[in-house]
Design a protein around this ligand. Structure first.
Ligand SMILES: Nc1ncnc2c1ncn2[C@@H]1O[C@H](COP(=O)(O)OP(=O)(O)OP(=O)(O)O)[C@@H](O)[C@H]1O
Ligand SMILES: [Mg+2]
Length: 413
């Protein structure tokens, strides 16, 4: 059963993925604006107008500064504080690397937030922007202004930031189990159990559901395994709000934007039109569900004979058939899952991946479905995940895997 139907096995460390979008322009990593259709380009004209009307937080301040309402709740760190907290950004404190820059482990005093000796005070994750670009600054600012105002158990906590001359850094609560990407795809890591996978799925659904609620009205736009962080009890928390956008308001059904996001995870209608709705996040959630079920990356090119077919295209025919569906299951689960539970999750994934966004459920509906399933699946539960991972996840560099497209122009959002 499982990993023998055309889709390559999970790579040990997949490189930035590539695919064909809009008429065959081959692109790498995060979605590039050039790869979108001409229809979308024309909609971009109106998108800037709408952008101003909706006042996304990333551009809310004309001088691109942190909102004062947000900065009051956050610690403004000096660069030297963070340098000291991370032992001079030494390689031994490096815990990951993404498109934005490197992430380091650091220690600060829990009351004063002053740098403390390693092993004392509280542990934090310090993200340091590598490129001194306008776009990088915009993403940094969006992260501060969105995450700084939200407090939810399924969103990673932002403790503070540093904006000193050209330096841009962010300080978060430290998530001891690292990212979901490490647990699902990293070779040599003990596979996470079915119960833990479903616990993670419920956490992500709760986080997205909160973001889409009227209280927040935010579209996350960058849901993927590497942006889902896990605390010591495998509670999932969303990180990386650099691409987040205000959701539509009033009679508007969507927000028009330039296409940014990560290949494989971004919804097809968003790629084609630039029209962003909360249902774009629902599609990405469907992709993550599929990754949780199958243990395979949405895009994987690191094996000979790599096909440009994505996990979604490959899995859809199986998802439609309750019996065949079991063939996509991660063999590393060793059959330790409830068949009925897996089929119900597969059916939910299929709904989330519906080509017509109107036919996808809302995140609130998804959350309810997963909670109900949890309540009725006692028999399917396996013992809680043991902390037996052989690897220290926080020393794994992230050079590979899906990447964002950094939009190169000033008025790109
Ligand atoms: N708060 C945190 N606690 C613990 N580890 C973290 C934290 N934030 C990030 N990391 C680690 O650093 C890695 C890199 O994160 P980062 O968000 O910079 O890049 P990415 O998500 O891999 O890619 P992208 O730039 O496309 O978002 C994460 O995958 C995770 O392993
Ligand atoms: Mg990230």
């Amino acid at each position: 059963m499982g990993n023998c139907w055309g889709w390559p096995k999970p790579a040990k460390c997949a490189h930035a993925s590539s695919t064909n979008l809009s008429g065959g322009s081959k692109i790498h990593g995060k979605l590039k604006p050039e790869a979108i259709s001409s229809t979308r380009k024309s909609s971009h004209e109106s998108s800037n107008k709408q952008l101003v009307e909706h006042k996304p937080y990333a551009l809310a301040s004309s001088n691109l500064e942190v909102d004062t309402s947000v900065s009051r709740n956050l610690k403004s760190f000096s660069f030297s504080d963070l340098k000291n907290a991370s032992k001079n950004f030494r390689s031994e404190t490096l815990i990951g690397e993404g498109g934005f820059g490197c992430v380091f482990k650091g220690w600060i005093d829990e009351n004063t937030f002053a740098p403390s000796k390693p092993g004392t005070g509280i542990v934090v994750a310090i993200k340091r922007l590598k490129e001194e670009s306008f776009q990088g600054h915009q993403e940094w600012l969006a992260e501060v202004n969105y995450l700084g105002q939200f407090h939810h158990e399924n969103l990673v906590k932002l403790i503070g930031y540093c904006a000193e001359s050209e330096s841009r850094l962010l300080v978060y609560e430290f998530m001891p189990k690292g990212s979901l990407e490490n647990h699902l795809f990293r070779k040599g890591v003990q596979p996470i159990s079915w119960a833990t996978r479903m616990h993670i799925a419920r956490g992500i659904a709760r986080g997205l559901s909160y973001l889409h609620s009227l209280n927040a009205n935010v579209i996350y736009r960058d849901l993927k395994a590497s942006n889902i962080l896990l605390d010591s009890d495998y509670n999932a928390k969303l990180s990386d709000f650099g691409l987040a956008r205000d959701g539509p308001t009033g009679d508007n059904t969507h927000v028009s934007t330039r296409v940014v996001g990560t290949q494989g995870y971004a919804a097809p209608e968003y790629i084609a039109t630039g029209r962003l709705t909360p249902k774009s996040d629902v599609y990405s959630f469907g992709v993550v569900l599929l990754e949780l079920l199958s243990g395979r990356r949405v895009m994987d090119e690191e094996v000979a004979g790599f096909s440009e077919e994505t996990l979604v295209e490959w899995a859809k025919p199986f998802l439609r058939d309750n019996r065949k569906m079991l063939r996509i299951m991660d063999t590393r689960l060793g059959g330790q899952y409830s068949k009925k539970g897996a089929q119900a999750v597969a059916a939910l994934a299929l709904q989330c991946l519906h080509i017509d966004p109107k036919n996808r459920p809302s995140m609130a509906d998804v959350q309810v479905s997963l909670e109900r399933l949890h309540a009725t699946m006692d028999a399917a539960r396996t013992p809680p995940q043991q902390s037996q991972e052989k690897l220290d996840f926080h020393r794994i560099k992230h050079k590979n895997g899906p990447r964002k497209t950094r939009v190169p122009t000033a008025n790109s959002r």
